[in-house]
Each structure stands twice: as structure tokens, then as C-alpha cells.
Design a protein around this ligand. Structure first.
Ligand code: G
Ligand code: G
Ligand code: MN
Ligand code: NA
Length: 252
């Protein structure tokens, strides 16, 4: 309960930080954008995992305020990098169920983009499969798509299967959960399953992002199966904004 209280004050105390994990296009091997991942450095307890505090923020309702802040911070940084390094990088921001259930969520997103002076292509939103099952989701997704903001299904393939929903939902991207990537390139059956999912997604005109790429063998394999983009420790860990700048100045 003390921790819940602390969570309410974490932003004003400057304990929250957004980290960024690179996404690479597989055809050109180019940096195309980042996933924004929230980090909480508690002043006494140190680093607290999002796996612990995000669920806490969700049941206390605090996730709405946190979500607004993450969106603003993410857009502020990506806007800065786009203008200073003349790139078209995007930032992909995770969205919680309560945010999707907020009636004016699409307007919040539109306003945040306009305050940041950014085109809608600078932002992607990541939602989970179970969020797509909600009856309110379809209207919300349509409103977000109408803004021109891409929606990605996060952890694809692990939640309730949304295969029957896929053709009609306003979704542009599937992010294959890293459990699908384990042993891809070495285990024959896992590799075949991966290839089949990529072909299925492409048939529906969906972009496929592979998560959890940790070694070169996986990377080679997913490239040969025409997966579109990749994210994972092999390419980059989630890193603070200052480190992203060093990366943009040197490697890319
Ligand atoms: O980066 P890490 O593995 O520690 O993230 C753990 C979980 O926390 C992931 O499921 C991720 O989607 C979630 N998460 C990280 N940042 C945010 C955020 O800003 N908003 C929401 N809703 N979830 C986040
Ligand atoms: O649920 P979501 O996909 O939003 O969360 C992404 C989580 O996966 C983050 O906690 C991030 O730190 C973690 N992650 C990112 N890349 C890798 C990876 O290559 N391997 C593993 N094990 N975890 C990763
Ligand atoms: Mn995600
Ligand atoms: Na994921």
C-alpha cells in the first residue's frame, strides 16, 4: 500500500524515466524506431520492475495519468531526435486497457501529437490481444486509425487468439511474442510455425515485428522468412534517452 502511494508521486518526484529499445527493418538493416518502456527508480527501493508496478498502476487507476506522461515524454524525445538527426523515426508506446476505455483517448493522442508538432506517423500504439476483445475496442481503434496512428498487437500469439478479429480490426502490425522466437532457426518445427505466421500476417497486409531477438541465428532466420522488423537484446537493450543520442550520433 505504501508502494501504491509512492507510485502516485513517482512522476512528480522525478523517479520515472522512459527508456527506448531500437526496432530495425530487416530488408535494409536500418533503425526505424523505438519502443518506449517505462522505468521506475524508487528513491529508497531502487529499480522496480514494470511487471510489478504496471499492474499496480492499472488497478489503482493511476495508469491513466502515467500513460499521458509516457506519451508526452516519448513524443518529446522522438520529436527532438527527428529534428536534430533528420530522421523519420517513430516511437511505439504501450497502452493499458483503462486508457483504451477512456472515451476521449483518441483525442488525447491527437492533442499530444499536435502539442509535440509531430505527424501521426511518428507514433505507434501497442495494444494486447485481450484488449481487442472488448466491445468498445473497435470504435476506439477506428478513431485512432483515422488519426493515422498505427496500431500494433503486442505479445501476438500468447493471449486469447484474435485470429478471427484480425481481418476487420484497424490494426497494422503484429508483434510476435518472444516465445515464438525461441529456437527459431535451430528447431525445425518452431521455425516452420514462425514462417507460417509471417505468411498469414502478410496475407492480411499486416507488418510483422519479431520481439526477443537475442542471437544472429534468429536474426538470419527471420530475415529469410521475410519478417519485416526486429527488436531484441542482440540489436539493443532498452536504453535511456541520453544513450539513444550517442547511438544516433555514431552508429546509424
Ligand atoms: O521492459 P520490461 O520487460 O521490463 O516491461 C515489462 C512490461 O511492462 C511489458 O509488458 C511492457 O509492455 C510493460 N510496459 C512497459 N512500459 C509501459 C508503459 O509505458 N505502459 C504500459 N501500459 N505498459 C508498459
Ligand atoms: O510486453 P512487451 O512486449 O511490451 O514488453 C517488452 C519486454 O521485453 C520488455 O520488458 C523488454 O525489456 C523485454 N525484452 C526486449 N527485448 C528482449 C530480448 O531480446 N530478450 C528478452 N528476454 N526480453 C526482451
Ligand atoms: Mn510492447
Ligand atoms: Na511483447
Amino acid at each position: 500500500v505504501q508502494l501504491e502511494q509512492d507510485l502516485f508521486h513517482a512522476i512528480e518526484r522525478g523517479e520515472m524515466k522512459v527508456h527506448f529499445q531500437a526496432q530495425i527493418s530487416l530488408d535494409e538493416g536500418r533503425l526505424i524506431g523505438f519502443e518506449a518502456l517505462l522505468r521506475w527508480q524508487h528513491q529508497e527501493l531502487g529499480n522496480i520492475s514494470p511487471a510489478e508496478f504496471i499492474p499496480m498502476a492499472e488497478y489503482t487507476g493511476n495508469i491513466r495519468a502515467i500513460g499521458v506522461w509516457v506519451l508526452e515524454e516519448s513524443l518529446r524525445h522522438i520529436g527532438d531526435w527527428r529534428s536534430r538527426y533528420s530522421t523519420n523515426l517513430f516511437v511505439a508506446v504501450n497502452v493499458s486497457p483503462q486508457q483504451m476505455e477512456t472515451n476521449n483517448f483518441a483525442e488525447q493522442v491527437r492533442d499530444a501529437l499536435s502539442r509535440a508538432g509531430l505527424p501521426s506517423s511518428a507514433l505507434h500504439l501497442e495494444v494486447t490481444e485481450s484488449m481487442l476483445m472488448q466491445s468498445s475496442a473497435e470504435v476506439q481503434l477506428d478513431a485512432i486509425q483515422a488519426l493515422g496512428v498505427r496500431i500494433a498487437i503486442d505479445d501476438f500469439g500468447t493471449g486469447y487468439s484474435s485470429l478471427s478479429y484480425l481481418p476487420r480490426l484497424a490494426v497494422s502490425t503484429v508483434k510476435l511474442d518472444r516465445t515464438f522466437l525461441e529456437d527459431v532457426g535451430t528447431d525445425e518445427r518452431k521455425t516452420q510455425l514462425f514462417g507460417a505466421i509471417v505468411r498469414m500476417a502478410h496475407t492480411l497486409n499486416l507488418v510483422v515485428v519479431a520481439e526477443g531477438i537475442e542471437d544472429a541465428c534468429q536474426l538470419e532466420c527471420i530475415r529469410s522468412y521475410r519478417c519485416d522488423a526486429a527488436q531484441g537484446y542482440l540489436l539493443s537493450r532498452p536504453i535511456p534517452a541520453e544513450t539513444v543520442e550517442q547511438l544516433l550520433e555514431t552508429e546509424w
